[in-house]
Structures are given as structure tokens and as C-alpha cells.
Design a protein around this ligand. Sequence first.
Ligand SMILES: Nc1ncnc2c1ncn2[C@@H]1O[C@H](COP(=O)(O)OP(=O)(O)OP(=O)(O)O)[C@@H](O)[C@H]1O
Length: 331
Amino acid sequence: MLKVQVDSFGYRNNTILKGILFEVPPGEHVALMGESGSGKSTLLKIIYGLLHVEDGSIFWGDVEALGPNFNLVPGEPYMKYLAQDFDLMPFISVEENIGQFLSVFERETHEERINELLDLIEMKPYAKTKVKYLSGGQQQRVALARVLAQEPEILLLDEPFGHIDNFKRNVLRRNLFQYLKKQGITVLTASHDPSDVLPFAKRTLILEQGKIIANENTQELYKNPPNYYTASLFGQVNEVPMKLLKSYSEIDRSVLVYPHEFKFSDSSGLQVKVINSFFQGNHYLNESAAEDGTTIFFNSEKKQDAGTTIFLNVSLNTINRRLQVGQKANT
Ligand SMILES: Nc1ncnc2c1ncn2[C@@H]1O[C@H](COP(=O)(O)OP(=O)(O)OP(=O)(O)O)[C@@H](O)[C@H]1O
């Protein structure tokens, strides 16, 4: 079990993290989401031992990670951290960069292992290429193979696909996360991108201004987000005043509704006027205004013309569930 406790951490006098306490069971994949500047990278750096934390402790089982004030070389042998900058050796080849970290006691299996990792990151054709000639995305993939070569028990990933284009990103995500699961590696991934998180992370931690405001099963968190901030990390979301949903007009609260959760109705429900219709590939995302001026985003199969009046409905089930979660979050 990875146990993380950071009561307080700041750069100089500026407090960045407060009251952080969570555990990650061995072999589990946990995501860390939060807006830019919420403290994700800082938290990963503390766990890895790059930053010293006065008030708190990091344990892997019974072993305490002591941090930079105690370790001559930062980091712990059982843990690897893939930072946003890649820390590669530019003047040697891709395979040499990866091979550098393979155990000297297993020389006869080096070639096989390098090939396995090159396959995983889809970089076989570049095995002999010097790293300085690679693109940013290619370098990020090599950096990933390099940390995997070290066979960590815990892997900390900071925006692991930030430099990789969509075309490669989808394959790499699947390859990498399946590989990590198969190897039983404990993973903590900081990411802005819900596609890195929703299909792969069992649990998700939400960081807001240095505090963990949610620590939940990922699917539950998506279906029943405790607040607007959490839901908006997963994509576009509406905070709909209940008074706009006719049958609930007495309730003076709002409810979170994702754009795909609205159904069209001929004559009743939430009345909106279309402002813009944005093509999204397999659907349109429409920006509209309700009668009181509230902006509402909803999905549709077809493009909607600006100025069209539409009635939208949300299932009672969804509304009731969200109201309950909202109530829990407020108590
Ligand atoms: N070395 C540093 N010295 C002083 N302040 C720092 C330092 N590194 C980060 N910060 C500040 O700490 C806060 C948290 O930064 P951090 O990089 O941890 O956020 P993040 O959630 O990882 O952001 P992003 O998603 O943009 O990478 C920010 O306000 C940032 O400006």
C-alpha cells in the first residue's frame, strides 16, 4: 500500500498543498485530476522524493520514503517518476537510452527486453536514431520506455501523453495501461485529459487549490460528481437551476447535467434558444440560452440552426441522483 500524507507543503511561504491523505493499494491505477496549478506535479514530486515535506510522510508498505534531505540521489529505487520534461540522453540512440537502465545481471535478455519496450511505445524503426533527432512526442515515448525498463513497483506519471498526437496517443494509452496492469505496477497518473482517466483508472482523486475534494471510484465520480468543478474536469457540463425544470420549480437549487443527458421534447421541458452548433465528429455540441439567460450546452445528432427554440428534458432518475449527491457534498 502506498500511503501519502502531506499536512501542508508550500514553496517559500506560499502554501500549495493542504491536508492530503490517501492510499493506493498495490497494483491499482489511481488518477489525479485537477485544474492547472492545483498542485498535481508538486504532489507527485513529493511522493517521488524530489521535494522535502516537513509535515507529512510517504510510506510504501512499511518502508518510509525519506525525501531529498536524506537521499543523496533523489528518488526511491522501487518508484519511478515520468516528469513533464523527459530527462533523456540526447547524444545516444533510442535503444541505448532504454538499455542504460536494464539490469547488468541480465545481459542476455537485454535485446529481447528492449524490443518488447520498443514495441510497446511503437518506436522500433527508431531504435538506432539518436534521441536529439526525435520529435517531442517521440522523446516522451522513449522516456516512458526508459522508466519501464527500470521495472518499478510504483510509477508516477505526470501528463504522460501531453506531447503525443491523438493518432498515437490512443494506441499508446491502451498498450501502456494494459501493460502496467499485467505487470501489477501501482500507478498514479496526473492528467487533465479524461480519456487518460475514465477507461483506465480505478479511482480518481480530485485536487482543487491543493486539497483533495474527492477520492472515489472513477465511474461513480463521473456519474455522480459532487460539484461543478469535478464534473467540468471530465468535460462540458451544465449547472441547471432547478426552477428551469418545470416539475421542480419549487426547489431553489441547481443540478449538474452533462450535454448528452438532455433528451429532446416537442413541447415541454427546459426551453432554450440555440446560439451555436459545434461539429464534434459523431454529434453536435450546441450552445443555447434558457429563458432566464442561463447558458445550456446539449448534444444533438444534427446541426441546430441559430435562433431555433428547443425543449429539453432530463430523466427523473438523473435529477434525483444528482440532487442526492449534491446534498451529500454540501453536508
Ligand atoms: N518551483 C516552484 N517554485 C514556486 N512555486 C511553484 C514551483 N513549482 C510550482 N509552483 C507553483 O505551485 C502551484 C502548483 O503547481 P503544480 O505544477 O504542482 O500544479 P499542476 O496542478 O501540476 O499544474 P499543471 O497541470 O499546469 O502542470 C502553482 O501555483 C505553481 O505556480
